[in-house]
Write a protein that binds this ligand. Structure first.
Ligand SMILES: O=C(O)CCC(=O)C(=O)O
Length: 300
């Protein structure tokens, strides 16, 4: 794997209101495609189920549940001391980010900039779960902190991740790692079980851009089912399919709610618009050499 030089620009895959932060080490990637560009490429946006009979770390019934519901939750990954250490490193990063005028949702593609985040993206326990869902060849291509500050008022509208991404087929899964405890009161993520079977849903652009973290909104999402709150203790993950409808409300509490999204796809997924430069092969092989992301040199 190659080491990424400092001072190049990171493009984000998720459309937030603000661009990515630009402290010292930033990595050059092409800009995100807009919605017309995405609509113009052929994508296979269908759910691709995991194989319960091949599960090694998850149980076969967990893989069945993931296939049925589109998510799993409450999986322990980091010990209390490990999560404390990562939180205290992140607190410093957040402080530096806010000091540059960026917001608490602007730290993206962090695995290409920070060794600590690359280490979480390649965490053996997370990878073992992901492998059970998408197969042996696993590429880690995204990492984005969704950090809801106390009373910050921002919402994540109902959306499907795959809708934003120039990736095909949609064999991707997100591990949402709780950096803080994530509860209903501090606006944990919510999902609509089974909605990943509905294909690519119609969305509109969010009108409240000052309060919306992402710019797509699937209207009347709750007609597709009753939302489930994903309550997590710090150090646990949930896993969700790229087609699952999910959202989170405004944090009206005095407690911060930070989660790190770690994005994975199967090695046979193809990326357009240069997104292959974000992906690092973590398990198995990418014989085609499509994914060209590297390991950052350090943590600043
Ligand atoms: O953390 C949140 O509230 C939303 C996360 C999200 O939208 C995602 O994982 O794609």
């Amino acid at each position: 794997m190659t080491t990424i030089p400092k001072s190049v620009q990171v493009a984000s895959h998720e459309r937030t209101v603000q661009p990515a932060p630009s402290p010292s080490s930033v990595v050059a990637l092409p800009p995100d495609p807009d919605h017309q560009q995405l609509a113009a490429i052929a994508r296979d946006l269908r759910f691709h189920p995991g194989a319960p009979s091949r599960a090694r770390t998850l149980t076969a019934s967990q893989v069945d549940a993931y296939n049925r519901d589109g998510y799993l939750t409450g999986i322990p990954i980091l010990s209390p001391s490990e999560v404390l250490a990562h939180r205290s490193w992140f607190d410093g990063l957040l402080e530096r980010t806010l000091a540059t005028g960026r917001d608490s949702y602007s730290i993206r593609a962090a695995h290409l900039r920070f060794r600590s985040v690359h280490a979480l993206l390649s965490h053996p326990r997370i990878l073992a779960c992901v492998r059970d869902l998408i197969g042996d060849g696993v590429v880690g291509w995204g990492s984005h902190y969704f950090c809801k500050l106390p009373r910050d008022g921002k919402v994540v509208h109902w959306h499907q991740d795959a809708s934003y991404w120039p990736l095909t087929p949609s064999k991707t899964v997100t591990a949402w790692l709780a950096i803080d405890d994530s509860r209903v009161e501090n606006a944990c993520m919510r999902v609509i079980p089974g909605s990943h079977h509905l294909g690519h849903l119609t969305y509109r652009m969010a009108e409240d851009s000052a309060n919306a973290v992402l710019d797509q909104q699937v209207e009347s999402a709750q007609e597709f089912g009753d939302p489930v709150d994903l309550i997590l203790a710090a150090g646990q993950i949930s896993l969700h399919s790229d087609l699952l409808l999910h959202s989170s409300g405004a944090n009206t509490s005095s407690l911060r709610r930070c989660g790190l999204t770690l994005r994975y796809c199967a090695a046979d997924v193809r990326a357009e618009f240069g997104w292959n430069a974000k992906g690092v092969v973590l398990c198995g092989a990418d014989l085609s050499g499509h994914w060209t992301g590297g390991v950052p040199a350090g943590d600043d």
